[in-house]
Design a protein around this ligand. Structure first.
Ligand code: C2E
Ligand code: CA
Length: 781
């Protein structure tokens, strides 16, 4: 135990404790064996030593200095009292009162120490119960102590000053004892702060022994200079030990015990009765008055205690309830705000582009149509399609993370640049759309564009990179006509494409009136960029007839395009545009494949030998695999070679003159029929007719149109037909619209006719029923 304590306190203090214990033992020996002067001297030395050590202990800490100084004062004054005592003894001074009166000071200081600790307990616990308990216990104990004393003969008879002094000591001791008793009883964590705990134990020992001392004194059995006296010294050693623990100790906030109400009160009432019981045992009897007194005090205590405890209990409950409500409220609010945040995030996620705070495509389009619907007559909706220059380059050189950051910053800066109430959307990649409503007449795009360019020209600092972006802007607005959302977007895209092709321009405003063809072309190109073959393209077939028998001998495949944004677009419009794109090769391949499937189905189903004539663009002929692709289609679909005709225009001779020869040669070799389309209008390729095997010449509609009125045209047709006959080439008149034209062409000797007069281009199913009905008619005949 001692070693454990020594380990707990630092070395110096350990040594001091050992010395004090040695001194204590020495004193005990002295009290037993030595004369009274030696005993007194040793006692004085010991007490001064302990006082010094205690001061040393206290001075090492800043905590609770006040009651520790009181305790130190008590030990020090005790040492002085002992010195005074010795002085009186040396001078043979026998009056007891003088010897003992000085001890009032340490006794009072001990009481003050106890009271200070008690006050600290009350301050920290705010417990009224502590006060009630002490009042009752003091009342009970003091009354009974004096009742006991009043039964002592000395006290009754003499009542001298020493007895009064002893009475004073007794009161202080009882006060201390009752306070200590209550503190130990009520404070739950009192032992946790070891310094104060030891101090209280020491005072407890001191007070108990003092009561005993007083009683012995009253019985004229003075314990002065006996071995018993070392108990005072022992209590001082314990105080000293307590002071050693002050250093490095944490402050403990005292809390009262929370026990079951009834149980606590009953045990306290019993504790209240301890002293009366002890005293009555000591005195030897007990009168009815005393029993009544004890019972009343216990009852009163019970009532008061119950009252305060219940109040406290209720207060604690209320306090707890309040805390819980606050806590619950906090939890509830947090849950609600979490829920709100989640909901907001979810709706943002469903509405917004995952990377930037911009709207996603669907929502942007929705909001844009809303904007268009709600604008007034004097307003127009402006749409900016913004593309970051060389965005792919940024992504490739700096990484996708940097690319993503560039997009985020760009969107943020766009918001700053466009002061109008705008909506921003991202259609994937760096394709950013901004729309806002502006007053039609006052609006100046260059102001906004400059703002955008200025904001975006500021360098962006991303990771270690400094990036400046440049943008191209395509602008469209509803000013020109009552445009639909899709048109507005498409127009802005067209304008953007034009801007991208013009190095000197950062932005282009779509304007239908100024440059319709140009824009139209860009628009169609942008639509073709994302065309879905199966959904948007289909093929119609226009029959070709034998002019004499009016028998159906073949069909021409004509492509139809229904754009979901623009509706039906004529091949005369989009084919020349597609021819500027690699797309024409894919279109040609698709038409060829569909036509092959169709003619095979028709011929096999109805036992016919019709051909399908497919238009071939010069750009298609240019592609390396053209011939092999044609041959593959024939082979894979199991077509007879005469079932397929390829129509090439005269222009093909010009545009693909280098390759055409090889292609024609290869096609001839593989028995694929070739027709020359629109013969007689453009560049005459008569020399080729000799070199290659050509199946048909299709005479241009322009020549046929006025054949009955225009002599020159008629002569040209006559010349073409006779030329063809000489070379064993069939002739087909295109665009025949009247019986008269048929008559003339028949007279001229033209072999076949194609035109609205006999049949317009038909949907595949319609043509099939047309063929089916003719087939039935023929088989009936
Ligand atoms: P084209 O090869 O001269 O095709 C004949 C065009 O004249 C067709 O127009 C047809 O509908 C129209 N036509 C036929 N008979 C009459 C008539 O009696 N009166 C009038 N007014 N027109 C008649 P369509 O289908 O609009 O085709 C226009 C052009 O588009 C075609 O001219 C052809 O050069 C091109 N084309 C159509 N489909 C394809 C294709 O699959 N590939 C390629 N490369 N070009 C195609
Ligand atoms: Ca044609």
């Amino acid at each position: 135990m001692l070693i454990k304590i020594l380990n707990n306190i630092s070395n110096n203090r350990g040594v001091l404790l050992l010395i004090s214990l040695v001194l204590l033992v020495g004193m005990m020996f002295a009290l037993h064996y030595a004369n009274s002067d030696t005993k007194n001297l040793l006692g004085i030395i010991f007490n001064f030593f302990i006082a010094g050590c205690t001061y040393y202990g206290i001075s090492s800490s800043k905590k609770h200095k006040f009651y520790w100084f009181l305790a130190f004062g008590a030990i020090l004054s005790w040492a002085f009292c002992d010195t005074f005592w010795m002085f009186l003894e040396l001078n043979d001074y026998t009056a007891e009162i003088f010897k003992e009166v000085s001890y009032v000071i340490p006794a009072f200081l001990i009481f003050l120490t106890t009271f200070s600790i008690y006050k600290r307990c009350i301050d920290e616990t705010r417990s009224r119960q502590l006060i009630v308990d002490v009042i009752f216990i003091v009342l009970m104990w003091v009354v009974f102590s004096f009742y006991a004393l009043s039964n002592s003969d000395d006290f009754l008879v003499s009542k001298d000053s020493v007895d009064i002094l002893n009475g004073g000591f007794l009161i202080l001791d009882i006060l201390c004892m009752s306070i200590i008793f209550i503190i130990f009883f009520s404070i739950e964590n009192f032992a946790k702060e070891r310094s104060t705990y030891l101090l209280m134990i020491a005072i407890g020992i001191f007070s108990c022994f003092d009561v005993f001392y007083v009683f012995m004194d009253l019985d004229d059995n003075s314990l002065a200079n006996t071995l018993y006296e070392t108990i005072y010294e022992l209590s001082f050693v314990i105080i000293m030990l307590g002071s050693f623990f002050l250093k490095g100790e944490n402050h403990t906030h005292y809390v009262t015990k929370r026990e079951i109400l009834a149980k606590t009160i009953i045990s306290k009432i019993l504790a209240l009765a301890i002293i009366p019981l002890l005293i009555c045992t000591y005195v030897g009897f007990m009168t009815l008055t005393h029993v009544t007194f004890v019972m009343s005090v216990m009852l009163l205590y019970g009532i008061v205690s119950y009252h305060t405890a219940t109040k406290l209990h209720t207060r604690i409950m209320l306090e707890n309830e309040r805390k819980m409500t606050v806590e619950l409220e906090k939890i509830k609010n947090k849950r609600i705000s979490d829920l709100k945040a989640t909901r907001k995030r979810l709706s943002e996620l469903s509405k917004n582009d995952f990377l930037t705070s911009a709207l996603n495509k669907q929502n942007f389009e929705l909001e844009l149509s809303e904007m268009i619907m709600q604008k007034t007559l004097s307003q127009s909706v402006c749409l900016y399609n913004i593309n970051i220059d060389k965005f792919k380059f940024i992504n490739n050189t700096h990484g996708h993370y940097v690319g993503d950051e560039v997009l985020i910053i760009t969107v943020d800066r766009l918001k700053n640049a466009i002061k109008h109430n705008c909506i921003i959307g991202r259609f994937g990649g760096d394709n950013i759309m901004v729309a806002f409503v502006a007053k039609t007449h006052e609006f100046d795009h260059s102001f906004i564009v400059n703002n955008i360019l200025f904001e975006l020209s500021k360098p962006m600092h991303i990771e270690r990179h400094e990036i400046s972006v440049n943008v191209k802007i395509g602008i469209s607005h509803t000013q020109t006509s009552q445009l639909k959302t899709a048109d507005l977007i498409a127009n802005a895209s067209v304008a953007l494409k034009i801007a991208k092709h013009q190095n000197d321009k950062q932005h282009v405003i779509y304007n239908e009136i100024n440059d319709k063809i140009n824009y139209q072309e860009y628009y169609i190109k942008s639509l073709l960029d994302s065309v879905n073959f199966e959904k948007e393209f289909r093929i119609v077939y226009q029959p070709q007839f034998d002019i004499k028998t009016k028998k159906l001998i073949g069909i021409e495949a004509l492509l139809r395009w229904h754009s979901p944004l623009k509706g039906n677009i004529s091949p005369a419009v989009f084919i020349p545009i597609a021819e500027q794109m690699p797309l024409i090769v894919h279109i040609g391949r698709w038409v060829l494949q569909q036509s092959a499937l169709y003619i095979k189905m028709i011929n096999e189903k109805y036992g016919l030998n019709l051909y399908v004539s497919v238009n071939i663009s010069p750009k298609q002929i240019d592609s390396i695999n053209f011939v092999s692709e044609v041959l593959n289609v024939v082979k894979q679909n199991g077509l007879k070679s005469q079932w397929l005709h390829l129509e090439i225009t005269e222009m093909s001779w010009l545009e693909t003159s280098r390759i055409i020869k090889d292609v024609l040669k290869e096609l001839n070799k593989n028995h694929i029929n070739i027709s020359i389309d629109d013969f007689g209008t453009g560049f005459s390729s008569i020399s080729y007719l000799n070199k290659f095997r050509i199946a048909k010449l299709k005479i241009a509609k322009e020549l046929i149109d006025n054949i009955q009125f225009d002599k020159i045209n008629r002569n040209i047709v006559i010349a073409i037909v006779s030329l063809a006959k000489n070379m064993n080439i069939q002739t087909v008149a295109k665009g025949v619209e009247s019986q008269k034209q048929v008559e003339i062409l028949k007279n001229i000797g033209c072999d076949e006719i194609q035109g609205y007069f006999l049949a317009k281009p038909m949907e595949a199913e319609m043509l099939e029923s047309f063929i089916a009905s003719r087939h039935k008619l023929m088989s009936e005949n």
